[in-house]
Design a protein around this ligand. Sequence first.
Ligand code: 8YV
Length: 331
Amino acid sequence: MSRSKPVVIVTRKLPDAVETRMRELFDTTLNLDDKPMSQAALVKAVGQAQVLVPTVTDRIDAALIGQAGEQLKLIANFGNGVDNIDVAAAARKGIAVTNTPNVLTEDTADMTMGLMIAVSRRLQEGGQKLASGNWKGWSPTWMLGHRIWGKRLGIVGMGRIGTALARRARAFGLSIHYHNRNKASEQVEEELEATYWESLDQMLARMDFISVNCPHTPATFHLLSKRRIALMQPEAVIINTARGELIDEDAMITALEQGKLAGAGLDVFEHEPAVNERLLRLSEQGKAVILPHMGSATIEGRAEMGDRVIINIRTMFDGHRPPDRVLPIDS
Ligand code: 8YV
């Protein structure tokens, strides 16, 4: 591989320290005004770059990859989820794809726990009442939420984030249940006193909280389908800090509106960045706490994501296998 600096194009504004280091190491083009790149600008970028550094907001589909020049060797995603990238199409063209795992696990698990508490204890509603000058003083029957201690949490996807959530939830007195393609190790199950459900349907019907923590792939699209949402208890709360596409959003909204679900804490949406008007109304009514995809948004996490991107580029252009290589699902 050539000893000259690899040509890197970054699609969004990254933290200054990350950008500076990338400029030192690579022939880097930055996007300082942070305006998402148009499809035409992306086509131009894949025609020039040896490395493209996209984020969740860029659609790197087969059509775009088809227009990439021979020089494009790596798509180094600034993010963990790669559902924005057609990894198989990249592989067919000999383009490697990497992501930034591990470094956003704890922050995302914190946000998931935060949403569980916010929904159950009505944090957003209470804060809004106070901010709007409507607080008349303490009352024994005002702003009552629900206790989370002693409740059951069902985690859909017991990977890194699911496990980190389970550890937190144990400390909050929740009992841990999970559904995953594979059963966790005996050691993990013992540590978390976790109960494995092979049947997602069976688990959904029994939980007080359901948190989805799996990646979005063709197999997990609408994993919480209308039929499955209907299995849940009316007191149950759904939390999603993974991807909006994992839940049939329309069916979830209808269940919330009809009182067939008690609440939702959502950091991600099916048609992001658009947010369904009905969800906005549910948020005003205190039935949903909704956040603008900020689960991994910490200064520390973003810096570490930048480190992972740099390590992946550097390793590959030093002639080695990048550590965070993502392979196509079927390979
Ligand atoms: C990131 C995320 O902020 O990494 C992910 O999968 O969903 C986010 O929390 C985003 O992907 C940045 O590209």
